[in-house]
Design a protein around this ligand. Structure first.
Ligand SMILES: [Zn+2]
Ligand SMILES: [Zn+2]
Length: 276
């Protein structure tokens, strides 16, 4: 069983591609084409065209959460489709999301209304539970905060009536691929924590070995202590490959590169690789 990854949008880009703050990864597995997230705006559609990837052949889109840097490209991607497409996400992607800034809180939620996306062919399947995509692929559903040392970024807010309160980001989820060589977990931003996500993936699949982690780890605000605990637990889980993107940050990336010299790589826009 081979899984082919193509990163269509990311904060940094390989030669000739467009970079944009956000993430979008195409996963080809079990004869299917599944898109995890869509980037912030037009970069995913643009880079797909450069790679000769026909976006009209995508059969499922998974939205890891509602933030605009993962959902803003939906308009351009749905524009390439002639038929309806299944879009799997959590119901809370539609909550009113903000980020705290010194200069004033900024709206960072989904930039399209549900009816406008449905008008472009999106067929939403909203669930807090894991959703099966193929025999080997599923979404995580809601991720419990189990590790004790991972916290949700408190600069991320949600509007409740007239107030902005810390966003519980219940919509945060990952994609899990079960293989003979272990689990492959694809992350959007891992707002509920990388280790919490992996523990949950083990629990719901009953498979212990984590072979690979691909995507955004949200380790950029993490303390050196949290990064050290994360690395120790990744080792215990048997991690072989880690292709980091988006919100990992320089410190965590350099530590992971040191600790996993064989398996570490930067997963940028234009990156294509196959696992195992
Ligand atoms: Zn986010
Ligand atoms: Zn993000």
């Amino acid at each position: 069983m081979a899984i082919r990854f193509t990163t269509l949008s990311e904060n940094t880009a390989n030669y000739g591609f467009l970079a944009e703050w956000g993430l979008s990864i195409l996963i080809e597995v079990d004869g299917r084409r599944i898109l995890m997230d869509t980037g912030m705006s037009f970069s995913a559609a643009h880079n797909a065209q450069l790679l000769g990837i026909d976006l009209s052949t995508i059969d499922t889109i998974v939205l890891s959460h509602g933030h605009r840097d993962h959902t803003g490209g939906l308009g351009d991607i749905l524009g390439k489709k002639q038929s309806e497409v299944r879009v799997i996400a959590h119901p809370d992607i539609w909550t009113d999301k903000y980020t705290h800034r010194e200069s004033g809180d900024q709206y960072i939620g989904l930039p399209f209304s549900r009816p406008s996306l449905e008008g472009m062919g999106a067929r939403f399947e909203l669930s807090g539970e894991p959703v099966r995509i193929t025999d080997h692929v599923m979404t995580s559903g809601e991720i419990p905060m189990s590790s004790g040392y991972e916290t949700i970024d408190d600069n991320l807010l949600v509007r409740q009536e007239t107030q902005l309160i810390p966003d519980p980001l219940s919509d945060d989820m990952a994609m899990i691929i079960r293989t003979d060589f272990g689990l492959v977990v694809v992350l959007g931003c891992a707002h509920h924590g990388l280790i919490n996500t992996l523990r949950h993936a083990r629990k719901i699949t009953g498979q212990e070995l984590i072979y690979a982690v691909i995507g955004g780890t949200h380790l950029y605000p993490a303390s050196p202590e949290r990064v050290a605990l994360t690395i120790a637990e990744l080792r215990d889980m048997g991690l072989q490959k880690i292709g980091v993107s988006h919100c990992t940050g320089f410190y965590a990336s350099s530590r992971l590169a040191e600790e996993f010299p064989e398996g570490f790589f930067l997963n940028n826009a234009g990156s294509q690789f196959t696992l195992p």
